[in-house]
Design a protein around this ligand. Sequence first.
Ligand code: SF4
Length: 343
Amino acid sequence: MTKKVKIGNITIGGGEKIAVQSMTNTKTSDIDATIAQLEALRKAGCDIARCSVPDAASAKALKTIVASTDMPIVADIHFDYRLAIAAADAGAAKIRINPGNIGDESKVEYLAKYLKEREIPIRIGVNGGSLDKKYECMPLAKAMCESALEHVALLEKHGFYDIVISVKSSDVINTIKAYRLLSEKCDYPLHVGVTEAGIYEKGLIKSAIGIGSLLCDGIGDTIRVSLTDDPVKEVYAAKEILKAIGRYDGAYAEVVSCPTCARTCIDVQGIATKVEEYARTLDKSVKIAVMGCVVNGIGESKGCDVGVAGGKDKSVIFRDGKIIATVPNERILDELKRAIDTI
Ligand code: SF4
C-alpha cells in the first residue's frame, strides 16, 4: 500500500480513488483561456489539473487561475526553484519539479522547507527522454527508477516526505518496467502515464496498454493520459481506462455496440455515437446495447439492461433480454432514450 498524499482537496495513494489528471495547453499567462480550459476539464471529470509555469508572468497569473476553481492546480516547473516558490505563493496544490535539477543543494533545502511548512507536496517527474548522462549506461527502465530514487533521496535528506513520483517514457514497455521496479523500492504514491504518447488513436492505445497494465498490477494512484489533442479527451480516455478495468469509482452508463456485418439493418455507428453522448449525461449504472440485427443482436448483448436490435424497417427495443417495443427505425433514438430513462 502506498502512502497517502494530499493535493489540495484530493487525497491520492493508500487505496484512495484513482485520481484523473490532465494538463492545460493554453499559455498560463493567458488567464481567461486557461480558466476556460480548466472549467472544461472539470466538467469532463478531471480531478487534478496541471499548468506549466515557465516564467514569472505565468506564476503571477496562477493566483487568479487557482482562485477560479475547486480543482487542485499543480504547477509544472523546470529548474527554477524561484518559480516553484512563486507558484506555491499563488496557491498551487502541488509542485512538479525534479530537485536534482535545480542547482546547488542550498536551493533544494530552501524549497523543501518552504513547501513543507505550507504542506505542498512535490511530484518528482522523471522523463525517459531527459535523463542525466550518468544513467546512459543503464537499461532505460532501471535508469528512470534510479534517477527518481536519487531525487527522492535528496528531498528526504532535507526532511521532505510529501512526495509523488512518475517515471514516464514514450516507450510503453519501458514505462511499465520502470513503474514495476519503482513500486518494489518505495511506497510513495505513483502518478502513472505514458509520456508523449502521440496523436489521438496512437496515444489512446499506448496509454491504455501502459496505464491499464500497471493498474491491473495494482500499481498507480493517479493517472494522466497524454495525448496530442484537446486535453478534455485525455480525461474521457482516462475514465474509459478506469471503467474497462473495473476501477472507476461511481455509477456510469456503458454503451456496447456490435461491429456491424452483412446482416446490419440500421446505422449502428450513428446511433451508438448519439447514445454514447446521451450516456455521458447520466449518473446511473446502466448497460445499453446498440446491435445491428435481430438475428443475433439480443442474444449477443446478454447482460445489457436495455438495447436496440435493428430490423429492416422496424427495430426492437429490449429490456433484460425481452422485447418491450417494436419501433420504426427513424424513432430508434427517442424510444431507446425513453427506455433508458425508465431504468
Ligand atoms: S449483432 Fe447482427 S449485425 Fe451486429 S455484428 Fe452481430 S450479426 Fe452482425
